[in-house]
Design a protein. Sequence first.
Lengths: 318, 295
Amino acid sequence: MAITAVPQAPRKPGRPMSPYATGPQRTSLGRKVRDNLTGHAFLIGAVLCFVVFSWYPMIRGIVMSFQRTRRGETTWVGWDNYSRLIADPSFWPAWKNTLYFTVLALVLGYAVPFFVAILLNEFRHAKGYLRVLVYLPVMLPPASALFLFKFYAYDPSEAGLFNAILTALHLPTSQWMQSPDMTMPAMVIASTWMNMGGAVLIYLASLQNIPGELYEAAELDGAGIWRRIRHVTIPQTRLILALLAMLQIVATMQLFIEPLILANGAGAEDSATSVAYLIYQHGFFQNDLNGAAALGVIMLVVLAGFSAVYVRLTAKQD
Amino acid sequence: MAQDSGTRTLISHSQLSRGRGKVIYWTLLIVVVTGFTLVFLGPLYWMVTGALKSGQEIAQTPPSLFPKDPQPQNYIDAWNNLALAKLLFNTFYYAIGAVLFQLVLDSAAAYSLSKLRPIFGNVILGLMLGTLMIPAMVLIVPQYVTVLDLPILHINLLDSPFAIWLPMVANAFNIFLLKRFFDSIPEELMAAALMDGASSLRTLWSIILPLSRPILGVVSIFAVTAVWKDFLWPKLVMPSPETRTVSVGIYTFAGGTPMNVVIAASVIAAIPTVIIFLIFQRNIMSGLTTGSIKG
């Protein structure tokens, strides 16, 4: 970036010119200690914030999941919180819904941005405009965007935007959030619309790093467009594809605001309850912070399982 | 032909500028530009104009493309009934504070990790980056309990802006972005400053930070949009009506407010981030991609 035009700091006359005059062999112990202290002094503010709001809560969450606090008294209860949670009638539906959402979002929110990026990368016109368009919804506050979907797009009467389009195309209309079968697909559509811009831009950047000679060579060998995508584009962007798949799984497992706003939480017949929503329910409505912490730990373990599979899969390919 | 670079992509340039390729290229371009405009701008148009329609007009079938009898009153009602001025001010205040805390503490940390490199620096960096793998939802309960009663100090941060500012400093992604940028500043500059007897603080202030304006801009924009878009955390730690953020405020009022007014409020809430995006889109896009590409 702007590093090339760096103004050189003026050197005072009579000082040694070599920047290496204070090499490691010349430093005394006192000097070393002082340098380290200075270094840590610059770190301390951020480190304290990590300690208080990230590292300590991590441990505290695990500890809390084995405790129960009632009327200010905390006792160790072993696995009680976990068994109580698993017995919650919403526990399995929440996992089923969350995993269903994750799979749907992976199909729609993962494949679509990749092909959109490939398409945009071919265009020599309107590139900037299309990029701004795709990223625009990412900048909206999710609550704003979801109210738009809830009230205007997913209106179950024919006055709703989606139903009006379906009617105009002579297709059957849908009850959207009122129908248990459509709840998840409707949430995935809204979520993909809001979030795909980031993935598209990251793919675009990695597509631009593919050396053009590879496509040229493939074309000379008679490879068509699809084969060029399969044998050049995908292998060349494999690392980013794998990384974004993992990030997407972590993000979709935390599905929360979509059910909260679009489905008022649980939705028709528990069709929208997500694990994250259940954490919120237990922690902040049923006054069961310990149960919510236990569910958080379960979520962490499941994600760690996914990461282990991910590391296995990506390591194998290398 | 407008051509941004000579790099070869999936389909060769010559193939696209001749005969059948040219026809397909232009057809596809027009289809995609129209399609994208409808898909990404269409809903926003629907939102802005829908909030101008009357209750009857919004319920009519088929829906009208333009509001027949525009009701700017919906926007005025949203502004007054939801006390949007106060909500927007709160959110803006939290966003500015988050920017300042992140710029000061995170760039000091990144500077230390990049240039001063004290012992255990790499361990600390590793622990920080490790938090990127932990989903926010897993931490939400213990974080909330921590904010209710800070360890050692025993202070309750509920309804205090510090409950938003301080957790935002623990942002490994921003520290990583800053550190990577500082890494690219030549070591000779540091040595020259040392020769001149500049302290570490002086070097950071007069050499590193002025050179790092682009990345500081990116981090600031990310901080502002993160505060503006966040929902669950401010909902939990800012429970009073006086301290709410704009998203939480609209959500709280949504139940008992006519939907056109809720949408009008949503439009108003979205304006600041959209404006920030349109002004700083280049910085945002470069920040997004530098963090993710290796090498």
